[in-house]
Design a protein around this ligand. Structure first.
Ligand code: SF4
Length: 335
């Protein structure tokens, strides 16, 4: 156990966790909504600092990040737990483990060792991913600080539900994030994910303003978040922040408590068109086989800049971050 960051002691040994936007008030002996932060006698502890459940070397494209050090590998870690309860969660076995099974499994891999593992595998970044990095923030931040000192970049793959204080604490060490924007509806967030939309929208803006490279993913679930109107709202929101924010529209498959039929290729293609019409320069389809839907094209001359196959870059026509045809600079982090 490690004493938690970002909490406040209240009267009668209660505490308030200020790590994510739930801001749980936790009675002595109780845990927060995520099930991995516990009030022990008026002190809040993280129960997952020494519980790494997954450690893999992944292509950065798998996060997905297509405009951040493309073609490189990222050491990817997670602990159990999540602050959301998405009924369609694609990683529910580990994200919901603490709440559904009251188990917090994993092994101790200290921050220094995680960074060493990244170096040993030639990874240019460490991704805090698979579950929600906000709920293992102490491990993520401590690791990020060491990684930065070793010139390794840090990436969050996140639901974007952290507090502004949490972002403030990690901002100097966080290089990139893929933020899940699940819907543009408060009721979807409340009823289907156990969260709220507004903090996510605010954090996407804040991260962009802080200079953290962001890409956004929407898992397209038939009948729930795939209307033309809602997709248009998401695309306009992102385009309003910056047309250079890549938008990944990912196909859903039934998982966890959901039995809705999988997303069709036609639905992904329609969503991609909506994104492009809203002015987004880079719109991708994912988790489905559609020819060219993962390719990057120059937003000015249309030249193929990068073609991707699976999670690898098959062809790269970029010249020092620019289109090799017309010289237009690509949005992203390429060195
Ligand atoms: S991280 Fe979020 S869900 Fe977990 S205890 Fe803190 S405020 Fe509650």
């Amino acid at each position: 156990m490690k004493e938690a960051y970002l909490y406040k002691k209240l009267a009668s040994t209660r505490v308030r966790c200020n790590l994510c936007s739930h801001r749980c008030a936790i009675e002595p002996g109780d845990k927060g909504i995520c099930g991995v932060r516990k009030n022990v006698g008026g002190t809040l502890y993280s129960l997952v600092y020494d519980k790494v459940i997954s450690e893999n070397v992944d292509p950065i494209e798998k996060k997905p990040l297509f405009h951040f050090l493309p073609g490189t590998m990222s050491l990817s870690i997670a602990t159990p737990g999540c602050n959301f309860k998405c009924f369609f969660c694609q990683n529910w076995q580990i994200s919901q483990m603490p709440c559904d099974y009251e188990i917090i499994d994993g092994r101790e891999i200290p921050p220094q060792k995680i960074v060493k593992d990244a170096e040993a595998h030639g990874c240019l970044s460490i991704s805090y991913t698979y579950t929600e990095p906000t709920i293992f923030f102490e491990l993520a931040l401590d690791t990020s600080v060491i990684a930065r000192s070793r010139k390794i970049k840090n990436v969050f793959v996140t639901n974007g539900f952290m507090t502004p204080e949490c972002l403030e604490m990690i901002k100097d060490y966080l290089d990139a994030a893929n933020v899940d924007l699940k819907s543009f509806s408060e009721s979807f967030y409340r009823e289907r994910a156990g969260g709220k939309l507004k903090p996510v929208l605010d954090n996407i803006k804040i991260m962009h303003e802080l200079g953290i490279w962001i890409e956004v993913t929407t898992l397209l679930i038939p009948g729930l978040n795939d209307s033309t109107e809602e997709l248009g709202e998401i695309a306009s929101f992102l385009s309003g922040i910056s047309p250079g924010i890549p938008w990944h529209i990912s196909a859903y498959f039934p998982q966890y408590k959901s039995d809705i039929a999988p997303t069709s290729a036609g639905s992904i293609t329609k969503a991609m068109e909506i994104g492009k019409k809203a002015g987004l320069k880079y719109v991708y389809g994912g988790n489905i086989r559609i020819p060219s839907c993962e390719n990057t094209y120059c937003s000015r001359c249309g030249k193929l800049i990068m073609s991707r196959s699976g999670f690898s870059v098959a062809e790269n026509n970029m010249d020092r971050g620019c289109c090799s045809g017309c010289g237009t600079e690509l949005d992203g982090v390429f060195s």
